[in-house]
Design a protein around this ligand. Structure first.
Ligand SMILES: *Cc1c(COP(=O)(O)O)cnc(C)c1O
Length: 407
């Protein structure tokens, strides 16, 4: 499991090069004033992450606090529907309802070992903010979460959760008052507090070493899948692994330990929103071009003169105008296939899973489920779907869809 060889030139799928590049994507495009913070992290993260005492505490919290290992569930009725074999990796059963807690635990433990007393984060839908505030409460650390004013209005239950957990939620009031403005505020905070503060980024995005660090914290997902599949089928390699991609952290975690097994087909599913060419989409590989967003070079949805295009998805977690650099590389190299699902298709897949298996998925995860019908599954195929989160948070959208279909 321990792989700290990052000194290769081009980087591999599992390890970017020393500058943080996966192929043509990655790096650290940051203001001069952030160099010290990011350098400190880059110099220390691998050493700290793979220390025995760190791993011991990390594994303990994943097990006793987050509830890992999450089950690998044979979805029998869903399998019948597709005349194939489908397993669900139940990240929805984690504490706080999604995979984000894996990374939040990892980064907060790392921050403590770096001697940091103050944790900052940015959040769009609030899910990453809740996961971070949760682990800060557990560890008694100060937590400040930046959130766009518009997002705070849209996601009031998550704002309340963070406040109940003891975090200070600071509204970002500039620009469109959404995620990118919250990110700017968090960066400004980090520049002003360079010694005592760690910035917890919630996906495989941001300047190097964040994408690599977050992918490694999330890689527990595929580590478990291999063991569980071996136990259930006698073979640790599935034919297909499918995951939704916002920034790409649950997909990176679900893919990580299969990246070098070329017989395993990887499917990343983006949010097409109202349709790829509707002007209301978040399908970055289809609509994006190389550019710099939030500190790394990747594929970015932008206008001809480089202005970020506002994305749209029914699921707040996929409503992001970029993808992590690993995914840009997986796309460009062809190692993963990129599919997309519209808002409507995701809703349909969510209702389908709920009726067949008694599991209400997060709208994000429903995008991954929706891609099954595009995959031409064979009877002898084994497919893993990463069920990144549970659907409680999406009940309002589901209620609206039910009213629609009954009227
Ligand atoms: C945040 C979130 C996502 C999207 O983030 P990734 O980094 O792409 O995984 C997907 N599913 C759920 C349930 C989420 O909360």
């Amino acid at each position: 499991m321990i792989n700290i060889t990052t000194s290769n030139n081009k980087g591999t799928y599992k390890s970017p090069n020393i500058f943080g590049y996966y192929g043509n994507y990655g790096g650290a495009y940051i203001p001069e004033m952030l160099h010290r913070n990011v350098e400190e992290l880059r110099n220390k993260y691998l050493q700290i992450m793979y220390e025995e005492s760190f791993q011991k505490e990390f594994q303990y919290l994943l097990h006793d606090y987050a509830g890992r290992p999450t089950p690998l569930f044979f979805a029998e009725r869903l399998s019948k529907q597709f005349s194939s074999t489908i397993y669900l990796k139940r990240e929805d059963l984690n504490h706080t309802g999604a995979h984000k807690i894996n990374n939040a635990i990892g980064q907060v433990l790392l921050a403590i070992r770096l001697g940091k007393k103050r944790i900052i984060a940015e959040t769009g839908a609030g899910q990453h903010g809740v996961a971070t505030a949760t682990v800060c409460a557990l560890k008694g650390l100060e937590c400040i979460v930046y959130m766009g004013e518009v997002d705070m209005e849209r996601q009031q239950p998550n704002v309340a959760r963070m406040q109940m957990l003891g975090a200070t939620v600071v509204p970002a009031t500039s620009g469109s008052k959404t995620l990118k403005d919250a990110t700017n505020e968090a960066i400004r905070d980090w520049i002003n507090n360079p010694t005592d503060t760690h910035y917890v980024i919630g996906s495989v995005v941001g300047p190097h070493p964040y994408p690599d660090m977050v992918a490694r914290f999330q890689s527990v997902i595929s580590e478990e899948i291999r063991k569980q599949l071996l136990e259930k089928t006698g073979n640790e390699l599935p034919n297909n692994v499918v995951a939704c991609v916002g920034g790409g952290s649950n997909a990176a975690g679900a893919f990580y330990n299969f990246l070098d097994d070329l017989s395993v087909q990887l499917y990343a599913v983006e949010a097409a929103g109202c349709g790829i060419n509707s002007g209301m989409s978040a399908a970055t590989t289809q609509l994006g071009k190389p550019g710099v967003l939030h500190g790394s070079k990747s594929l970015v949805m932008q206008t001809a003169d480089g202005q970020i295009v506002e994305p749209h998805s029914i699921s707040a977690g996929l409503d992001y105008p970029g993808i992590g650099p690993l995914h840009a590389h997986l796309y460009e190299s062809g190692r993963a296939k990129f599919l997309s699902a519209t808002d409507e298709e995701a809703l349909e897949a969510a209702f389908n899973l709920t009726k067949l298996e008694g599991i209400i998925p997060a709208l994000e995860s429903a995008h991954a489920l929706s891609a099954l019908k595009q995959m031409n599954l064979k009877p002898n195929n084994v497919t893993i779907v990463c069920l990144s989160g549970r659907g409680d948070k999406d009940l309002a959208a589901y209620m609206k869809a039910m009213q629609h279909s009954s009227s």
